[in-house]
Design a protein around this ligand. Structure first.
Ligand code: TPP
Ligand code: MG
Length: 377
């Protein structure tokens, strides 16, 4: 229940009212994100917490399963960066499209993928999101137009530009969001994708997660400029930088980006400043950064900060977070049980699913592909 209103407080429709005597310094709550804090419904605000917590715990449970030897190949964890996926995807509608890189568990969960088939995919099981063929780096959610994680750094940016071209050609009221890391901005495909998106004014949001490192290399050694957003200016693309540890600030910035693109202004570049709390992948011995640096960034844990903010603004009581946490634990226990119990694919099916259905089948408004005039020709 919201606490009693005092004379210096204002209460909004979701019950948000500032608790007195607390500093905003701990949460970074002043400014960006406050509009969303006051305008989103309480259920929506708590849902953002739930999603971030689900991602965090999914990653921690995945690390544990990896240590048990149940997950083969690479496993890139998203711990520390949860606010970017959750805030950005909150601003999308089901008509919008999403392509991302290999650190993709968080996006899949934020867009609504079921943790059971996701965990099964990590285990390489037949019931996985790509029938156990893709693994951790290639999650998808076709109904929500999430076309997956891509392992080739920067290789998915031209794909996003292509989807943007399709959306424009079909005059759809939709955007394509493309998520990539700071390291990807130094590859050639990045520049080609931005240039073409700008020339044709395509509805593409280029969302750069700047976590300061590309594997074990700090950005200073590989990027001529410290701000990735400045690279967009070379293509006259509107750009902004946002605090990637603040889920509501990311949401608001992405809403601006979506509006910009849907108004026909062309692409938008968002740089979310963030930090991964764990190594590049489970195989990373992390010899390239100091423990103090990691600890410093952990002080601004996006999930803890957000929880504090919701408590500070009387949006929810501590017990409500505890309840969500318990539900997430149960959900993940069930996901691991499902993945464990699922069969591996039959080796005789190894040649199946190499090629998907033609993309126009899913892009056309009625799903038949017939009204996308000329698309097949
Ligand atoms: C074309 C290509 N070169 C190199 C690699 C090896 N590699 C995998 S991840 C990575 C770093 C990418 O860093 P960044 O884009 O900042 O994303 P982050 O992992 O930090 O999220 C590299 C170099 C690759 N997968 N593809
Ligand atoms: Mg990076």
């Amino acid at each position: 229940m919201p606490r009693a209103k005092t004379t210096s407080e204002t209460t909004t429709s979701n019950g948000a009212s500032r608790r007195r005597g607390r500093s905003s310094a701990a949460t970074g709550a002043e400014g960006a994100g406050l509009d969303a804090l006051h305008s989103l419904q309480k259920e929506e605000l708590l849902s953002l917490y739930r999603q971030m917590h689900l991602i965090r715990r999914f990653e921690e449970r995945s690390a544990e399963q990896y240590a048990y030897g149940k997950i083969g190949g690479f496993l890139h964890l998203y711990i520390g960066e949860e606010a970017v996926a959750v805030g950005a995807i909150k601003a999308l509608t089901p008509a919008d499209h999403l392509v991302t890189h290999y650190r993709d568990h968080g996006y899949a969960l934020a867009i609504g993928a079921d943790p059971g088939p996701m965990m099964a995919e990590l285990f390489g099981k037949e019931t996985g999101t790509t029938k156990g063929r893709g693994g951790s780096m290639h999650l998808t959610h076709v109904k929500r137009h999430f076309w997956g994680g891509y392992a080739i750094v920067s290789g998915h940016l031209p794909i996003a530009t292509g989807i943007g071209l399709a959306l424009q050609y079909q005059q759809q009221d939709a955007v394509c969001m493309c998520i990539f890391g700071d390291g990807a901005t130094n590859a050639g495909a990045f520049h080609e994708a931005l240039n073409m998106a700008a020339i044709w004014k395509l509805p593409v949001i280029f969302l750069c997660e700047n976590n300061l490192y590309a594997m074990g290399t700090a950005y200073q050694y590989i990027s001529a400029v410290p701000s990735m957003a400045t690279k967009a200016s070379g293509y006259a693309i509107k750009a902004e930088t946002v605090d990637g540890q603040d889920v509501l600030a990311v949401y608001e910035a992405t809403r601006r980006a979506v509006e910009w693109c849907k108004a026909g202004n062309g692409p938008y570049f968002l740089e979310a400043m963030t930090y991964r709390f764990r190594g590049h992948s489970m195989a990373d011995p992390e010899t390239y950064r100091e423990k103090d640096e990691i600890e410093q960034y952990r002080q601004r844990d996006p999930i803890e900060s957000y929880k504090e903010q919701l408590l500070e603004y009387n949006v929810a009581e501590p017990g409500e977070f505890d309840q969500i946490d318990r539900e997430v634990e149960d959900q993940l226990e069930a996901a691991i049980f499902f993945a464990d119990a699922s069969p591996f694919p039959d080796p005789s099916t190894i040649e199946e699913f190499v090629y998907g259905d033609p993309i126009w089948e899913t892009l056309s408004p009625n799903g038949s592909g017939k009204d996308a005039e000329g698309a097949r020709g």
